[in-house]
Write a protein that binds this ligand. Structure first.
Ligand code: IPE
Ligand code: IPE
Ligand code: MG
Length: 247
């Protein structure tokens, strides 16, 4: 832990994004219902958040429910939203104690009222925290996020708030859910699939990708440290050349 902490504090690493995939398969492998996997998966969330907080990471983005996940059987969707409220009531105190600030990306207006209320309560209770930002994608889809940004920018131009010439990469970034957050340095997907499933498409332009086979309920500190150690060996060029490495 200490060696990683030092590596992180001497680096520009600020933001880790994760697609938490594999809950269903984890449960099926055990002959259980998919919701059993979601339950175990939800328990990993606070553990990984605390580890990131202890490591001095500034932002942890986690994909919890996509705009496409509504296609799943109603029973599974209900179990995920029940777990969301259980997660909040179980972990809010830890978030406060650990100075973790909850942040949500996604359209909360489509969530059941009881979930929206719980989320809004947790957002308020943690709003002045200054430690790790735990940014959860809930009813999140990157294409929906970008479409909404287009509309907002259009209205801002129409209403004379900004000039068409002001619409640049920075203005678009500022109109996304992640307006005040740095782009992810690392994108991790558990569960073996090699795709991004509509997650942070604009923000991951220069993220380092890790697709790992481990199913989300099995993800732990050992897995994260392996990834972090590898990350520090990668040569991030951002389109330039790295004079030190001669490539
Ligand atoms: C990820 O696990 C959690 C959500 C999408 C809510 P899955 O439920 O997608 O698990 P698999 O991919 O079917 O194993
Ligand atoms: C992505 O996983 C969404 C979340 C982890 C919340 P999915 O399981 O929904 O993605 P696909 O269907 O395999 O692309
Ligand atoms: Mg999946």
């Amino acid at each position: 832990m200490e060696d990683l902490k030092e590596l992180i504090s001497n680096s520009s690493l600020k933001h880790i994004a994760m697609i938490m995939d594999g809950n269903g398969r984890w449960a099926t492998k055990r002959g259980e219902d998919r919701s059993y996997g979601h339950k175990f998966g939800s328990e990993r969330v606070i553990e990984i958040a605390q580890i990131c907080s202890d490591l001095g990471i500034k932002v942890l983005s986690l994909y919890a429910f996509s705009t496409e996940n509504w296609k799943r059987p109603e029973k599974e969707v209900i179990s995920i939203f029940n777990l969301l409220n259980k997660f909040i009531s179980r972990e809010l105190d830890t978030m406060i104690e650990k100075n973790i600030k909850l942040s949500i990306m996604g359209d909360l207006s489509q969530l059941p009222l009881i979930n929206r209320k719980a989320v809004e309560h947790a957002l308020k209770k943690t709003s002045s925290n200054t430690g790790l930002i735990l940014n959860i994608g809930l009813n999140y889809g990157s294409r929906a996020e970008i479409s909404t940004a287009f509309k907002r920018l259009y209205f801002d131009v129409r209403d004379g708030k900004i000039d068409i010439e002001d619409i640049d990469e920075k203005a678009i970034s500022k109109t996304l859910y992640t307006a005040d957050l740095p782009d992810p340095d690392i994108l991790i997907r558990t569960g073996g699939e090699k795709r991004v499933s509509n997650f942070m498409l604009y923000q991951i332009a220069y993220s380092e990708f890790y697709f790992i086979d481990t199913l989300w309920p099995d993800f732990d500190f050992a897995e994260l440290s392996k990834i972090l150690k590898d990350f520090f060996k990668r040569d991030r060029r951002f389109g330039g050349i790295n004079a030190n490495k001669g490539s």
